[in-house]
Design a protein around this ligand. Structure first.
Ligand SMILES: NC(=O)c1ccc[n+]([C@@H]2O[C@H](COP(=O)([O-])OP(=O)(O)OC[C@H]3O[C@@H](n4cnc5c(N)ncnc54)[C@H](OP(=O)(O)O)[C@@H]3O)[C@@H](O)[C@H]2O)c1
Length: 295
């Protein structure tokens, strides 16, 4: 049975945001295809996805890897929309920054080419990151969508997140350029730190980092500690897919903190309403960590 709103594809279904977005899309009446990296030597337990409400009729799992950009075509064929959420994450610097960035950009462009070839995809929502904005070296209180992280400044920080900052910034730029060049409608969404409950089995790195920062065990190289609830992140992805009309490309910030350094004005002006405050983010994350035995 096909969901009444059509078929959409979510890349990176095993991740924190990807899995929560799938949960919400099924709930909203979509049929969902998601891509997962299969490893024959280490089979993943994806029962947390296949047991979601509605999944048995409306969720299909595909095998695709950003290192093989053509591998997403089968999942995207026949979809009305694509949410490109997957990203290589390498905070331990196992790979050179150039390799991580190449995988991220080539994978994203492979996905966008598959969207063009499909002739059915009407819009792509790309999950960017505040990392693509805040590392700009400028001393300002509030940043809007015109700010971009500066690559020389990001490199000078010598942070473990260096390859993440650079790959997210250059991939978002490449995605927006592709959209302009080929007339494919693309919206990029820029979440700040994502906190809240999770359905994936692994404790999400952003939830862990925020707990560490709040408990004073870690300091970030940026003074920004803007937060957003994972359910608002999923709701904003769906909102921009369903409601935002634009020819070409647009960039939107997503930040649920009361005193943000990342401004969500553009998103709020377009009609999005946040449902959760900081207290909900922590209450829901702590409750979920307790239920899953992390606390
Ligand atoms: N969490 C945050 O605070 C936050 C904030 C702003 C933006 N974001 C963005 O949101 C997106 C999701 O982040 P997340 O927190 O949900 O991260 P996550 O839990 O680490 O999920 C990352 C996903 O990407 C997949 N992936 C990694 N490398 C891949 C590759 N080579 N090919 C295919 N898939 C690959 C992972 O698959 P495996 O399970 O196989 O590794 C996983 O499904 C990312 O684009 C991230 O930049 C996150």
């Amino acid at each position: 049975m096909q969901g009444e709103k059509g078929i959409v594809c979510v890349t990176g279904g095993t991740g924190y945001i990807g899995s929560w977005l799938i949960f919400r899309l099924l709930d909203h009446g979509y049929s969902v295809r998601t891509t997962v990296r299969f490893n024959p030597e280490n089979e993943k337990d994806i029962s947390f996805l296949t047991s979601l409400p509605g999944a048995s009729e409306k969720l299909k799992i595909f095998n695709a890897d950003l290192s093989n950009p053509e591998s997403f075509a089968a999942a995207i064929e026949g979809c009305v929309g694509v949410f490109h959420v997957a990203t290589p994450v390498d905070f331990e610097n196992k790979e050179a920054e150039e390799i991580v960035t190449k995988i991220s950009i080539d994978g994203a462009l492979g996905i966008l080419n598959a969207c063009l070839d499909s002739k059915t995809v009407k819009k792509v929502v790309y999950t960017s990151s505040s990392s693509a904005v805040i590392f700009n070296g400028k001393d300002v209180d509030e940043m809007d969508e015109s700010f971009w992280s500066d690559m020389d400044y990001a490199k000078s920080l010598k942070s473990n997140a260096g390859s993440y900052i650079i790959s997210k910034t250059l991939t978002e730029r490449a995605v927006l350029e592709f959209s302009e060049k080929h007339g494919l409608e693309v919206v990029t969404l820029i979440p700040s730190f994502v906190v809240g409950p999770f359905i994936c089995p692994k404790l999400p790195s952003s939830v862990l980092s925020v707990f560490d920062m709040v408990l004073g065990e870690k300091t970030e190289s940026s003074s920004c500690l803007d937060l957003v609830h994972v359910d608002d992140v999923a709701r904003a992805h769906i909102f921009l897919f369903e409601h935002h009309e634009s020819k070409g490309s647009s960039r939107f910030k997503l930040n649920g903190s009361k005193l943000p350094c990342l401004s969500s004005k553009k998103l709020l002006d377009s009609g999005f309403e946040f449902k959760y405050g900081v207290e909900d983010m922590f209450d829901d994350a702590i409750k979920c960590c307790k239920e899953k035995g992390y606390l």
